[in-house]
Design a protein around this ligand. Structure first.
Ligand SMILES: NC(=O)c1ccc[n+]([C@@H]2O[C@H](COP(=O)([O-])OP(=O)(O)OC[C@H]3O[C@@H](n4cnc5c(N)ncnc54)[C@H](O)[C@@H]3O)[C@@H](O)[C@H]2O)c1
Length: 333
């Protein structure tokens, strides 16, 4: 089976590539990735062999290159992970988010339509439903109410995918995962940032009171959800992929500090992010009905993640420069 994986050098994409390589001996994988600051050859270089797993540097907004890549590779399935993903960056500079997450998503869908790709998996997010505080968890039919330029751009990509199914009968399936965590996540995100700062004994910035709730899912469990949907999912449908593991940001940080034997006094509350959603929450009836459920308990997932960052300093050390953290809450002490 031939997989074309856009954004396959990023956090979730690279974990998916690794999962498929280990699980499907007949898989041929082409990673198509722009290699932005978040996409790194280092994430997959140990499995790149130039035959079963190959990498093409390319932008999904470049219609010519993407169409040619698809024409040459003839994928059985395209999984579109490629996106700009960091909410804080989207607040500071929305344009790249609109380009990649809206126009880029369009290019992927349009190429699939023109070249009759048998299956497209479009990766959306739970953030499309907006703030769920005080509301019942979202079903796939819940209205979209995105709060940030990031989530608005993701909602647009998701809606485009829905319209391509309705209008052209495009064989697309949409996945809306909750917050993923695990190895190879860029250290601007909450969990790796907390682990790395704790290792240095630096303060851990936390937005507002830290009582915002997110639903955490171990990244390998998400890879398994993508696999199940590829083989058993219904074309034209959207599937929520929850972690069934809601935690406040403060709980997450405290769990990490305790597991690392670091003092809770490292926690430093900083001014909240504008438009910050207080809670994300989804029902998962449709994906559960396909026989999927998360396998990795939170305690095990967070322990594995901490161990991975401690053992893989080579991976994150080169990233600790101002260039990458210029839009961050203080990375340095
Ligand atoms: N991380 C999460 O918790 C989470 C939760 C819900 C949904 N998602 C969605 O899952 C997908 C993957 O997220 P992630 O956390 O792995 O992101 P990431 O930022 O780690 O990786 C994104 C990848 O996309 C690539 N990319 C960006 N723009 C591109 C372009 N124009 N053309 C080709 N490649 C491009 C980057 O180089 C990188 O490899 C995204 O669509 C994101 O919106 C993520």
């Amino acid at each position: 089976m031939r997989f074309l994986i856009t954004g396959g050098a990023g956090f979730m994409g690279s974990n998916f590539v690794r999962y498929i390589v280990g699980k499907h001996s007949d898989a041929e994988i082409l990673v198509y990735d722009k290699l932005t600051y978040a996409g790194r050859v280092e994430n997959i270089e140990d499995i790149l062999d130039g035959k079963r797993v190959r990498l093409v540097k390319g932008d999904i907004c470049d219609e010519g290159q993407f169409q040619e890549t698809v024409r040459d590779f003839k994928p059985d399935v395209v999984v579109n992970f490629a996106a700009e993903t960091h909410v804080d960056r989207s607040i500071n500079e929305p344009a790249p988010f609109l380009k990649t997450n809206v126009f880029g998503a369009f290019v992927v869908l349009e190429t699939a339509r023109k070249q009759d790709i048998p299956l497209i998996i479009h990766i959306s997010t739970d953030e499309v439903y907006g703030d769920m505080e005080g509301k019942p968890p979202a079903t796939e039919e819940s209205p979209f109410k995105p709060s940030s330029p990031y989530s608005a751009s993701k909602a647009s990509g998701d809606l485009l995918a829905q319209s391509y199914h309705r209008t052209y009968g495009l064989p697309v399936i949409i996945l809306r995962p909750s917050n993923n965590y695990g190895p190879y996540q860029f250290p601007e995100k909450l969990i790796p940032k907390t682990i790395i700062r704790a290792l240095y004994g630096y303060s851990i910035p936390i937005y507002g009171r830290g009582d915002q709730v997110r639903d955490w899912l171990y990244v390998e469990d998400f890879a398994r959800a993508v696999e199940i949907v590829i083989f058993k999912g219904k074309k034209g449908e959207a599937y929520n992929i929850p972690g069934f593991n809601e935690k406040t940001n403060l709980e997450v940080v405290k769990t990490i500090l305790k597991a690392m034997n670091k003092p809770l006094s490292l926690i430093k509350h900083v001014e909240d992010r504008p438009g910050h959603d207080r809670r994300y929450a989804m029902r998962g009836d449709k994906i559960l009905a396909l026989g999927w459920k998360p396998k990795t308990p939170w305690e095990e997932g967070i322990r594995k993640t901490i161990e991975w960052y401690i053992s893989n300093e080579w991976w994150w050390k080169p990233l600790l420069s101002d260039k990458y953290f210029s839009v961050e809450t203080p990375w340095r002490r």
